[in-house]
Design a protein around this ligand. Structure first.
Ligand code: 13P
Ligand code: SF4
Length: 347
């Protein structure tokens, strides 16, 4: 039963002490996040993993790309594990390295050497390595604006992978007109653009988050009709139309802070992952909070990390037969680290 599984997790945690570190992403289920040593967004968790000098084993309560990032940023003798290898990310899977190499060749033909690649951390280590090798950097939803500004000090235009929505929303906030943003379709291998090529400033990879695309303009209109005084706050992985109609948009941390700092009695509709929205509702009984989409939107791959997998994974480590090691190839890790470091070095 659940109690027995919880005891098994506690037992390994107690037995291993500071040799074991469990970072947990805000989108994780309650049954596993309760055991996290720290909670955070993907950036904070990567940074914290890298500063756990005593940890021999890092068991990541999150998805595959986060565990890869932790591996890239930790020492050789520290090992990162993912309790279920099927915990991937559909957005990260929307940009594979072959498609990206092909796109780059075609874009270089069109634009010469005027493009800097940027990638959202929600991407595979291979994409981070590609970006690192070409002088670019990673970004997160909390520092995307600063990183795009920096990119324009390096080159005339950017290629933003793999989330078109974070790229479009952030570039728009920086004053870049929508028509100067083109979209690269990796399936058709085609650039969709409205203005002449020389006027294109931003090339958006045609990828998206399958969780955040479930928040729609219809949901926004419904909330406005049902609760005229309610504020709408969404993650920038939502579409441009949804963000434009909302009151506020920001990263996971931004949303958490906005609710914490709001006066009691405030009313909010939140457009982000279900486990986080439910947790915010529980933690803020003094406010009226609903999900922007009443059907709630879980991230199915985040949810693959469950209590049975966690107990199994921890016991495999304690027994000296560790399973599900996440190990990025050294050469790839080196290039990916360049992209991550260019971001981490910036305030
Ligand atoms: P952040 O953790 O950067 O807010 O990203 C949200 C997300 O979709 C994580 O998978
Ligand atoms: Fe990927 Fe979206 Fe799930 Fe985050 S919420 S892991 S971006 S599918």
């Amino acid at each position: 039963g659940v109690e027995e599984l919880e005891q098994r997790v506690q037992h390994v945690k107690h037995h291993m002490g500071s040799r074991l570190f469990l970072p947990g992403h805000h989108y994780q289920k309650e049954e596993v996040i309760q055991f996290a040593d720290v909670r955070g967004d993907s950036l904070k968790l990567a940074q914290l993993s890298a500063s756990q000098h005593e940890a021999e084993a890092i068991v990541f309560l999150g998805v595959h790309f986060m565990a890869e990032t932790a591996d890239i940023l930790t020492r050789e003798d520290q090992h990162v594990y993912l309790p279920d290898m099927r915990a991937g990310c559909s957005m990260a899977d929307m940009a594979n390295i072959n498609q990206t190499e092909k796109a780059w060749t075609k874009l270089m033909e069109k634009f010469d050497d005027t493009i800097l690649p940027l990638t959202y951390v929600n991407s595979t280590a291979a994409i981070k390595a590609f970006v690192g090798k070409h002088g670019g950097a990673t970004v997160t939803s909390s520092n995307a604006a600063g990183m795009i500004k920096w990119a324009f000090t390096q080159k005339e235009r950017i290629l933003f992978l793999p989330d078109q929505h974070l790229g479009r929303n952030t570039a728009y906030d920086l004053g870049i007109p929508l028509e100067q943003m083109a979209v690269w379709d990796p399936i058709l291998e085609e650039l969709i653009h409205e203005v002449p090529l020389e006027d294109v400033k931003v090339i958006l990879w045609k990828g998206h988050c399958s969780v955040h695309e479930n928040f729609t303009v219809t949901n926004v209109h419904q909330v406005r009709e049902d609760y005229p005084d309610m504020k709408i706050i969404v993650h920038p992985e939502c579409s441009r139309e949804v963000v434009a109609l909302s009151d506020e948009a920001g990263s996971t941390n931004y949303i958490i802070k906005a609710i914490e700092n709001a006066p009691p009695g405030s009313a909010w509709a939140i457009g982000t992952e279900m486990n986080l929205v439910n947790r915010i509702i529980q933690e803020h009984p003094e406010q009226h909070i609903i999900s922007l989409n009443p059907r709630m939107c879980p991230c199915l791959t985040m949810n693959r990390i469950d209590l049975p997998h966690l107990a199994w994974s921890l016991e495999s480590i304690a027994d000296g037969q560790p399973q599900n090691l996440i190990k990025v190839k050294p050469e790839m890790a080196l290039d990916a680290k360049k992209a991550l470091d260019r971001m981490l070095e910036r305030p």
